[in-house]
Design a protein around this ligand. Structure first.
Ligand code: FES
Length: 259
């Protein structure tokens, strides 16, 4: 983990209020797990909390990493105004667990399910699976056509089947990723997912199927990002203890945490 001033290489809107931020710096060399995140200080210095943003891809040759974030409040509004050459104070990579992309065998089928800004860490996972020649199905859910992003990037990966769902039916199938799942009869060996809690809860049924190993990346408001403040705790599934998403996660087996 480093605390580094990284340089903005690119920062562009790729869907409605959704930005892709490319950063360069030595910290990129430390990124190795799909699911980990960077903790970025908001420019201006007056907003205390950093913003945790998932890593979508890494380019070790260019020395860059790419993140995707949604412009939602003052902090992300200011990030959206960053221009190439600007410097951002970045702590990371944070999180100690990633999706187990090394585990699926070539004959295994992997199902990747993402919703909204839960999509970026799945792209990182999909990229790693494709490198290992593992085939996978991606189902991505968005509110509406204007919010869809990374469809082409996923389709470009070898071994992938991509299905897009929108709540209002303005693009792809109409409904949620759960609606899409109801039309499928295949049973995945692996399930990797990230998105809104409601979606993740609904996916517990899939992850509980015999023969399926399910993993979820949790996104939460963060304080310190390094396990010191308890701002990000979640209960274990048996309600016997707690896990810190920033330190024990952000990727957990479905059966480990209470969603
Ligand atoms: Fe402080 Fe997780 S954000 S413990």
């Amino acid at each position: 983990m480093r605390n580094e001033m990284m340089t903005v290489a690119k920062n562009q809107e790729i869907a409605a209020n959704t930005y892709e931020l490319t950063l360069s710096g030595a910290l990129v060399n430390d990124i190795s797990k799909a699911g980990t995140f960077l903790h970025i200080e908001v420019p201006g210095g007056d907003l205390v909390l950093r913003r945790p943003i998932s890593i979508a891809s890494v380019d070790p040759v260019a020395g860059t990493c790419t993140l995707v974030y949604k412009e939602m409040g003052e902090g992300t509004k200011r990030l959206a105004r960053c221009r190439p050459g600007d410097l951002l104070a970045v702590l990371g990579p944070l999180g100690n667990t990633g999706f187990p992309v090394e585990s699926p065998q070539a004959e295994d089928h992997v199902l990747l399910i993402g919703g909204g800004v839960g999509v970026p860490p799945l792209y990182y996972a999909a990229y790693e699976l494709a490198k290992r020649k593992v085939t996978f199905t991606v189902i991505l859910g968005f509110q509406t056509k204007a919010a869809v992003f990374y469809e082409e990037q996923f389709r470009y990966l070898p071994g992938s089947e991509v299905q897009i769902m929108t709540d209002d039916g303005s693009y792809g199938g109409q409904g949620t990723v759960i609606d899409a799942l109801k039309t499928r009869t295949d049973r995945p060996a692996w399930l990797f997912s990230c998105g809104p809690r409601g979606m993740l809860r609904a996916l517990e049924i899939v992850s509980a199927q015999p023969g399926t190993k399910g993993y979820v990346s949790l996104e939460e408001r963060m304080g310190c990002g390094v396990g010191a403040c308890l701002a990000c705790v979640c209960e274990t599934a048996d309600r016997s203890s707690y896990r810190k998403i920033c330190q024990d996660g952000p990727v957990f087996a479905f059966k480990e945490v209470l969603l």
